[in-house]
Write a protein that binds this ligand. Structure first.
Ligand SMILES: [Zn+2]
Length: 301
């Protein structure tokens, strides 16, 4: 009999093959298909006067600088040099990769202040390196959001493990680590919900609103992780959660603003600006733009 862990791994392998097929349908040979989704996501955020945070892999922005005109007015963060798991790499490797990534951003006139590790895989060295390079925040530590009465929780736990490895659970507030602000990122994300659990649009909206309600009751900071190539599948959930946040006077801010606020906040001040009951940030990770990018990613490039 297979142990639970082996069973999870076996399912993981099967899912990896299915995922390659699913994901490959989301990109085209040119960047057009991806850019339409990205443009629609940015337009929706702008309609709600929201600045989103878009972590982009350095090689991708170098290959597709056309992304930047669409991202005008949004925050751009670093999502690794290439889309690989750095958590098992040496300190030297992680330093070199992040330095090269920042050089690429700076050659394009960008000065990012935040970092998100590919696959949300990181270790203490990653956080040291991000801080050493002068970045203000990291938003890679996955935090499982629990919604009481959520019947899918055990499925989320297994899928979170498959997608992102071990995660810490329940921390919904920023953490100061030396000069670095850590902004935990909420899971389940769109990959777990749409690709792994294959839930429909209505269930997706219900789950995301559940996360919003949990943020409201705890006064936490909800960092939603989305991927623009799935915009056509999550736009209703995103619009609904933005409306929910606005109806409840939440503070909706890019990760950079939340990190600055948390770093400079005095104990006497309220938890969030203007006494907002909770904070929410929308992030849209850009891992690949074309089918070729996606293919190269499989080979670690
Ligand atoms: Zn990514």
């Amino acid at each position: 009999m297979l142990s639970e862990r082996k069973e999870i791994r076996r399912k993981g392998l099967r899912f990896s093959l299915r995922r390659i097929i699913i994901v490959s349908t989301r990109y085209g040979l040119s960047s057009r298909k991806f850019l339409i989704g990205l443009q629609r996501m940015v337009t929706l955020l702008k309609q709600h006067n929201v600045v989103g945070t878009f972590p982009v892999t350095a090689l991708i922005v170098k290959r597709h600088p056309e992304l930047l005109s669409i991202l005008e007015g949004m925050e751009v963060a670093v999502h690794g040099y290439k889309h690989t798991d750095v958590s098992k790499m040496s300190r030297e490797y992680q330093e070199t990769m992040l330095r090269e990534a920042l050089d690429i951003f700076s050659s394009l006139g960008l000065k990012p202040t935040g970092h998100r590790a590919p696959y949300l895989r990181l270790n203490e060295t990653t956080l040291d390196v991000v801080s050493q390079m002068g970045l203000l925040y990291d938003s890679s530590v996955p935090s499982m959001w629990r919604d009481e009465g959520e019947s899918n929780e055990s499925k989320y736990l297994k899928n979170a493990f498959l997608s992102y490895g071990l995660y810490k659970s329940g921390n919904q507030l920023p953490v100061i680590r030396g000069r670095l602000v850590i902004l935990p990122v909420a899971i389940p994300d769109d990959e777990i919900l749409i690709d792994r659990l294959r839930i429909n649009e209505k269930q997706l909206t219900t789950t995301v609103i559940g996360m919003g309600k949990s943020a409201l009751s705890s006064g936490g900071h909800l960092v939603l992780q989305l991927h623009p190539e799935r915009f056509h599948l999550f736009h209703e959930a995103l619009e609904t959660v933005l409306n929910f946040a606005q109806e409840h006077d939440a503070w909706i801010a890019p990760l950079k603003d939340v990190a600055l606020w948390w770093r400079d906040r005095q104990d006497t001040e309220p938890r969030w600006p203007d006494n907002a009951p909770f904070a929410i940030s929308i992030s849209g990770d850009i891992d690949a733009v074309t089918l070729t990018d996606f293919g190269l990613r499989i080979f670690g490039r």
